[in-house]
Design a protein around this ligand. Structure first.
Ligand code: SER
Length: 884
């Protein structure tokens, strides 16, 4: 077999299928346009609507090398030769164009003739009685009957998920020889060992699995195949595992060089080496596709992988950040065809840097909490790490559960996972109760059916605010109906027209509001929101009076004033995006946005708070463009052409290759489907309200335009005059006057404290309990409502009453406990460290603390755990003075 690189095999596959008439699509995003999946898990995912018949394929057959992420088997990653979280799936797809016979014949031709694999080393598996597949393997591939094996649904049926396209499949296995085998007499294709390697899965996608598990036949017979590029490469390159192919090897080598180890010499270090190589691929590709670290959804998976890689780096002795070192190596391997890695390099680097540094910090703090908890467990002789503490580690310190499990196992402890789940569930409940739930749509899968019956809604709203449309569907809470009438007050329903000027919420822009009127029954409907469902535009309406029936012609009138405000904010968002890039640097990238009629919200990647000068500079740049009153140019073009124009593209990958490009001449060019002003002057004036952090490396700006800016100014002036009136001064002198008053207040407060303190400290000994800890007097006092200075003063006096001594003071209010710990010099000499004592105690109360050996402070909100915290101080102090 001729030696080929991974990149050459990828190209060879694409060329082969192009010769068979398939259209080549570059890999789609890792984030699918499909709410049922977190990630693209297979090559067929981006084509799901073609399988379901909701959209007509642009081309009847296609070929891709698709970036995929699967995390269901994450514990196996690194342990085995070929489990990965990120991999590339080589796939060919056909919708009603060719079926089993051709798929089988061509797969065979590719592997045996193009790649040059030995025909007599192949086995095929088929679904129980799939005679058509069996015959094709015999006739088209010449495979002898004894090398065709039958399996049931577990092995030979492929499902995309709980619902969605599925069908029987046939898999090709390649026998790598007895030396790879497990020598079990039952060893054969399907065995878990490395001898019979499954390389290609051919799925004959014929059904759509419903929520109830039933299988509905699809409109046509389809083909979906998937072959792991990494596996194929390992066979062609004759190496034992995927990690030794040229797709991974430079990453592996870097780790080994850095750690001073040799790959393959010790299973204990090989695993971390593989984990890092695997996870850096997922992390970099997710970031390149716009995923940002978060506490749920895809962002959490990203965070978890990144943290797992950091932790495994530590096991190899890596200190400080190291992950970014892999980027140039990865880019070198993958830049062709994955240009996004180069284009997003700065952003990827920056986010990895911030996340890694943040985790290194919390790794330290969390480890301290972990140790304080385990000290407590040792004291009470318990072998189960509490679920609640595991949850705090997860929630506050970002420890993935598996990390806590691993650390607990190292100490011979198990983790109360049930308790962890309970704590997590309780927190979810709290979150659910506090955030108003999004109102679910009135009818579930009905939309998919409606769209396949009548096609997508035509949107006419780019150029007009009013239009006439025909009612194609009426949906109430009970599903589709023929007619709705308002008898006793307004009725809630959803209306779908054949054509509408109403913009459906998308790309961060809210949906239009307005009215629908029908002539026939004089129905008046208030449109409260407009939302998309696939290609349908759904008006959420309140039928105020009259009746509406299917087929009625209605006048659709968008609330024009509101829409103008939305347009102003949307164009201002583009101006802001570009201005931020110019003021802060090229790493700024959009991380999300919300465009409403009241304000605009823009989230972007940047690692620190903006300075007042940067904020003012950004506002100035945007307002200069507004004053220049530049006309916008909006046109549709080819995706590739848009890319060449340098259009900023967001990560909502769409089907088809035509995109809409919105340009503000000489300033900004973005792909965007939203509504815009015709010239920038219409925006009026732009003002930033707030700039804040919303998580690691991501900032948020809230801003207003148009009349909302005027409202803001009016309100600010009113407030300023009002405050000036109260403080009996004029606006110019406001800051000085406010400062004077505050200083005076502090002075008075301090005097009051001093008087109280004098009373308090007359008999300091009575304020404390005393205990002997291996020759050190531990004095513990509880107070309420004292400032840290006052506590320290009391502490100083207590310190003078004994030696060696450690003084612990807890000031408890309803929801907070402040801790001050002081140790005299004799105690410090014995080994006491106030900083460590406070840190351990505070973390037990869900807080933080620290300081020097002789004085330190901290605190936490979990006041109920104060006794435990004090007990932990005692235990820790005993171990400090015994070591000292
Ligand atoms: N969808 C199938 C798989 O993932 C074939 O591409 O195995």
């Amino acid at each position: 077999m001729q030696h080929r690189t991974g990149a050459e095999l990828r190209e060879l596959f694409i060329r082969f299928w192009q010769e068979k008439g398939s259209h080549h699509y570059p890999s789609f995003s890792l984030i699918p346009d499909d709410p049922s999946l977190l990630f693209t898990i297979a090559g067929m995912v981006p084509f799901k609507p073609y399988y379901l018949g909701i959209r007509q394929p642009e081309h009847p057959q296609a070929v891709t090398s698709q970036k995929c992420v699967r995390t269901n088997d994450i514990e196996n990653v690194g342990r085995t030769a070929r489990h990965h979280t990120f991999f590339e799936m080589l796939g060919n797809f056909a919708w009603g164009e060719y079926f089993k016979k051709e798929a089988i014949a061509w797969a065979w031709e590719f592997l045996t003739e193009w790649v040059g694999m030995e025909p007599d080393k192949f086995y095929a598996t088929i679904y129980t009685d799939d005679e058509e597949a069996r015959e094709s393997w015999v006739r088209e591939a010449g495979l002898p009957e004894e090398r065709i094996l039958r399996f049931g649904q577990d092995n030979n049926y492929w499902f995309m998920g709980e619902t969605g396209p599925c069908g029987p499949c046939s898999e090709l296995y390649y026998d790598r020889g007895a030396s790879y085998g497990c020598s079990s007499p039952a060893c054969g294709p399907g065995c878990d060992c490395d001898r019979y390697m499954e390389i290609w899965n051919l799925v004959f996608t014929q059904f759509d699995r419903q929520k109830d598990g039933s299988l509905t036949p699809l409109p046509r017979k389809n083909i979906d195949t998937g072959m792991g590029l990494e596996r194929l490469t390992s066979i062609v390159q004759g190496v034992d595992t995927d990690y030794e192919t040229d797709l991974f090897r430079p990453l592996i080598d870097h780790t080994c060089r850095r750690a001073g180890i040799t790959y393959g010499s010790d299973a204990k270090t090989d695993m971390p080496v593989r984990v890092i190589a695997d996870h850096i691929r997922s992390v970099a590709f997710m970031l390149a596709d716009g995923v940002l670290p978060a506490n749920d959804g895809p962002g959490y998976v990203l965070r978890r992988l990144l943290r797992r890689a950091v932790r495994y780096g530590r096991l190899l002795g890596f200190e400080g950040p190291f992950l970014c070192e892999y980027l140039p190596i990865l880019i070198d391997i993958m830049k062709d065809p994955y240009r996004e890695l180069c284009e997003q390099r700065l952003t990827i680097e920056q986010i990895i840097g911030v996340e890694e540094e943040r985790f290194q910090r919390t790794l330290q703090q969390g480890t301290e909490l972990f140790e304080a908890e385990t000290a407590n467990l040792a004291r009470t002789k318990t072998a189960v790490f509490p679920g609640e503490a595991a949850f705090i580690l997860y929630d506050t310190y970002g420890f993935p559960m598996e990390l806590t499990l691993e650390m607990a196992a190292e100490q011979g402890l198990t983790v109360d996972q049930e308790g962890f789940r309970k704590a997590m569930e309780e927190q979810r409940e709290r979150a659910r109760a506090s955030s108003k739930q999004k109102k679910s749509s009135l009818a579930g899968d009905v939309y998919t059916e409606l769209e396949s019956e009548q096609g997508p809604t035509r949107f006419s709203g780019y150029t007009t605010c009013t239009d006439t449309g025909q009612v194609k569907a009426l949906l109430t809470a009970d599903g589709p109906v023929q007619r709705v009438e308002a008898l006793d007050g307004p009725v809630e329903l959803e209306v779908i027209l054949d054509v509408t000027p109403f913009y459906a919420e998308r790309g961060g822009e809210v949906g239009d509001q307005g009215e629908l009127h029908s002539g026939t029954d004089t129905a008046v409907m208030e449109v409260t929101n407009t939302v998309p469902h696939g290609g349908l535009i759904v008006h959420k309406v309140l039928l105020q009076k009259g009746a509406v029936s299917l087929g009625d012609r209605v006048q659709a009138i968008v609330n024009d004033g509101r829409r103008c405000a939305i347009r102003r904010n949307h164009t201002a968002t583009h101006l802001l995006h570009e201005a931020l890039g110019r003021v802060l640097g090229g790493h700024v990238r959009q991380a999300g946005s919300l465009v409403t009629d009241q304000f605009l919200r823009f989230d972007f990647t940047h690692h620190e708070a903006m300075t007042p000068e940067q904020l003012r500079g950004t506002e100035r740049l945007v307002n200069q463009r507004i004053l220049a009153n530049q006309p916008l140019s909006i046109r549709e073009c080819d995706r590739e052409e848009a890319r060449e124009m340098g259009a900023k593209a967001l990560f909502d990958e769409k089907y088809g290759s035509t995109v809409r490009v919105v340009s503000i001449p000489d300033f900004s060019t973005e792909l965007c489907g939203g509504l815009h002003v015709s010239a920038t002057g219409e925006i009026g004036c732009f003002k930033i309200l707030r700039e804040e952090s919303i998580g690691s490396g991501t900032r948020r700006i809230l801003a207003v335009t148009g009349l909302n800016t005027l409202k803001l100014l009016q309100r600010s002036y009113d407030l300023m005059f009002q405050v000036a009136g109260i403080l009996a001064t004029d606006e110019e002198n406001l800051p000085t006057r406010a400062q004077e008053l505050l200083d005076e207040l502090h002075r008075v407060k301090r005097q009051a404290q001093e008087t109280a303190l004098r009373e308090f400290t007359k008999n300091v000994e009575s304020l404390f309990t005393h205990k002997d800890v291996d020759g050190v007097t531990l004095q513990t006092g509880r107070f309420s409502g004292l400032e840290p200075d006052a506590l320290r003063e009391i502490g100083d006096r207590a310190k003078a009453k004994a030696s060696p001594t450690v003084v612990v003071m807890a000031d408890v209010t309803e929801d907070n406990c402040r801790l001050v710990v002081m140790a005299d010099d004799a105690a410090v000499e014995r080994g006491a460290k106030a900083g460590d004592l406070v840190r351990a105690a505070a973390s037990l109360m869900g807080g933080k603390g620290g300081g020097r050996a002789n004085t330190a402070q901290g605190g936490g909100g979990d006041v109920a755990r104060l006794d435990d915290a004090i007990a932990a101080i005692e235990t820790l102090l005993a171990s400090q003075v015994n070591q000292g």
